[in-house]
Design a protein around this ligand. Structure first.
Ligand code: PLP
Length: 256
């Protein structure tokens, strides 16, 4: 008899009534205690000094990356991004919806990854970025790809949706490029129902923070050195934030 193997069984966490009461008694359900805890834990696990933003999905993290790059001088109407043709739709959606052209390249049959050679062959005068997808936690050589990107004036985006915690030579996947995008969707090893994270280079932190919150500077109001009383719409953005409920769940997952 054929045995049916389930694609995925999301992990359940046993929360104590004390933990649930702590969440229930909170007065702020966005970007607060549990989100900060998750950011600290993620930074520790990935061993990175880069900035970390929690998002509601890896799709959102990719869109923030696409919008950040769109706000640089490099972006033009004909700009293209290289990515593998074998990936999840979100990788392409994030860029196509904001006006990029996409150059798909083939993957290897044996490890499902793209190679430095195929990237080099695809680069043209309009290429401004590369998305490296670590399919099923497979890895290639992100350092070599980062070097190619630097030499050709391109941004390096890591779609690490499926590879939280994967390391190469002791360094975490998703911490090499300007943008590292992670998923905590319930189909992943660690999850929060829906969820994601963006590891972002310091130079993009302020822009990414505004894009995350509908393109506003709300996050900076009341912070040291900021005298503004009200927030403004500053940039094209989205509703990419996560909630304390998801972070509450994720925090426990990250302990594992
Ligand atoms: C390679 C890849 N990129 C992006 C995503 C999108 O992640 P999310 O479901 O968190 O938006 C997935 C989801 O499985 C994925 O596999």
């Amino acid at each position: 008899m054929n045995k049916i193997i389930k694609f995925n069984t999301p992990n359940k966490n046993n929360f104590s009534s004390f933990e649930l009461k702590k969440l229930y008694n909170k007065s702020n359900y966005i970007n607060d205690y549990y989100s900060q805890i998750c950011v600290t834990k993620i930074a520790k696990i990935l061993k990175t000094n880069k900035k970390i933003l929690l998002t509601n999905s890896c799709s959102s993290s990719l869109e923030i990356a696409a919008l950040c790059i769109k706000n640089t001088k490099k972006f033009r109407a004909k700009s293209n991004i290289i990515m593998p043709s074998y990936t999840f739709p979100s990788t392409a959606n994030a860029f196509i919806k904001f006006g990029y052209k996409i150059k798909f390249i083939d993957i290897n049959h044996h490890d499902l990854m793209i190679t430095a050679e195929s990237v080099l062959n695809a680069i043209d005068t309009n290429t401004i970025g590369l998305v490296n997808v670590y399919y099923g936690s497979h890895v290639n050589n992100p350092k070599k790809l980062l070097k190619i990107c630097k030499e050709n004036g391109m941004f390096f985006i890591e779609d690490s949706a499926q590879s939280f915690g994967t390391k190469i030579d002791g360094e975490s996947i998703g911490t090499f490029g300007e943008f590292g995008c992670f998923s905590f969707h319930q189909t992943k090893n660690l999850h929060s129902g829906f969820g994601g994270a963006l590891v972002v280079d310091k130079k993009f932190y302020n822009t990414a923070t505004m894009i995350l919150d509908r393109g506003t500077d709300r996050e900076f109001i009341g912070k040291k050195g900021n005298k503004k009383k009200f927030y403004d719409w500053c940039i094209e953005g989205g509703s990419y934030m996560t909630s304390e409920f998801n972070s509450f769940f994720l925090s426990k997952e990250l302990d594992k």
